[in-house]
Design a binder for this molecule. Structure first.
Ligand SMILES: [Fe+2]
Length: 274
C-alpha cells in the first residue's frame, strides 16, 4: 500500500512537470477559447472554405473576430514580439521582426490563449485536412511577424513554397494596399503542384521563383483586422511594399504534409552525403 502511495506521488510529480494545468483549469483560457471557437464556427463557412481552397488555392474571410477578441490577439502579438528575439536581423532592408513558436504547450505557458485556440481549432483543421487527405502536421510552426515600412519585404518575388503547406494567416491589424498585403497569382497553383510533385518523386531540387511580372492576373488580399486567409503555398505569392508610416502585423500557422517533410529530409540527406 505504501509503495502504491509513493508511486502515485511520483506520478503526480511527473505529471506536474509535463502538464500545464492552465490548460484544464484556467477560466480565462476557457473563456477566450470558447469565444474564438464560436467566432470561427459563426464566420467560417466550412464548405465554402474547402471549395475555395480547392478551386482557387485560397480562402479569405473578413472579420472573423470582433474588436474585443482582436484586441486580445494584438495583446498576445505584442507580448511575443517584445519577449522573444527576432529570427531576422531587424536592421535589414526587410524591416521585419519575426518570432517562431513551435508548439501549443509553449503558447499556453505564455498565456497566448486566443492564439492557442485559433491554431488548435478543429474546424480549421478539417479545412486543411480536406486539402492534404493524407497525413499532415497541423500548425507545427507558428510565426508572429511585425513588418515596418519597406520597399523590399521578405519574399517579395513571386514564388511558390518548395515545402508545400497550407498557411493560416490572421491579420492582427487592418491590411490594406499600404500595409503590404499578401499578393497571389490567380490559377497558378495547379501547374506548380505538378512541378513540385515530379520533383518530390525524383528528389530533384526545385526552382520555385517565377518570372511573372506584376499585374498579370494578380490579386492583393487586402482585408480589415480580424480577417483570416487560408492558402495553399503552391499558389504563386509574394509580400508587397509597406508604405512609410504603415506597419503590418500577421500571425501565421503552417501545416505541412508528411510528403513535403519527407522530401526535405531526403534531399538534405542526399546533399550532405555528397
Ligand atoms: Fe512563401
Amino acid at each position: 500500500m505504501l509503495k502504491l502511495k509513493l508511486n502515485l506521488k511520483k506520478l503526480i510529480l511527473v505529471k506536474n512537470k509535463y502538464i500545464n494545468f492552465d490548460y484544464f483549469i484556467s477560466t480565462e483560457l476557457n473563456g477566450i477559447k470558447k469565444k474564438v471557437n464560436n467566432s470561427i464556427i459563426s464566420n467560417i463557412d466550412l464548405n465554402k472554405a474547402v471549395k475555395d481552397l480547392n478551386n482557387q488555392g485560397f480562402y479569405l474571410v473578413e472579420k472573423v473576430f470582433d474588436e474585443n477578441l482582436i484586441n486580445q490577439f494584438e495583446k498576445e502579438f505584442d507580448y511575443v514580439i517584445e519577449k522573444y528575439n527576432s529570427t531576422f536581423d531587424e536592421t535589414s532592408i526587410s524591416n521585419s521582426s519575426q518570432v517562431r513558436i513551435f508548439n501549443q504547450k509553449n503558447m499556453i505557458k505564455d498565456k497566448l490563449y486566443a492564439c492557442s485556440a485559433l491554431f488548435g481549432n478543429l474546424e480549421i483543421k478539417n479545412i486543411i485536412k480536406s486539402h492534404f487527405k493524407k497525413k499532415f502536421i497541423f500548425n507545427s510552426d507558428i510565426f508572429f511577424q511585425r513588418s515596418g515600412p519597406t520597399k523590399k519585404p521578405l519574399a517579395s518575388e513571386y514564388h511558390f513554397d518548395i515545402l508545400n503547406s497550407i498557411k493560416v494567416w490572421l491579420y492582427v491589424d487592418d491590411c490594406y494596399e499600404d500595409n503590404g498585403p499578401l499578393e497571389v497569382v490567380k490559377d497558378s497553383f495547379k501547374q506548380n503542384k505538378e512541378i513540385r510533385e515530379v520533383s518530390y518523386k525524383n528528389l530533384n531540387k526545385i526552382s520555385n521563383v517565377s518570372n511573372i511580372q506584376e499585374h498579370q492576373n494578380t490579386l492583393k488580399l487586402t482585408a480589415p483586422k480580424g480577417s483570416i486567409i487560408i492558402f495553399n503555398t503552391d499558389l504563386l505569392h509574394r509580400a508587397t511594399e509597406i508604405k512609410s508610416n504603415f506597419i503590418r502585423k500577421v500571425i501565421r500557422g503552417h501545416s505541412f504534409s508528411e510528403k513535403a517533410l519527407e522530401y526535405n529530409y531526403e534531399l538534405q540527406r542526399n546533399y550532405t552525403h555528397h
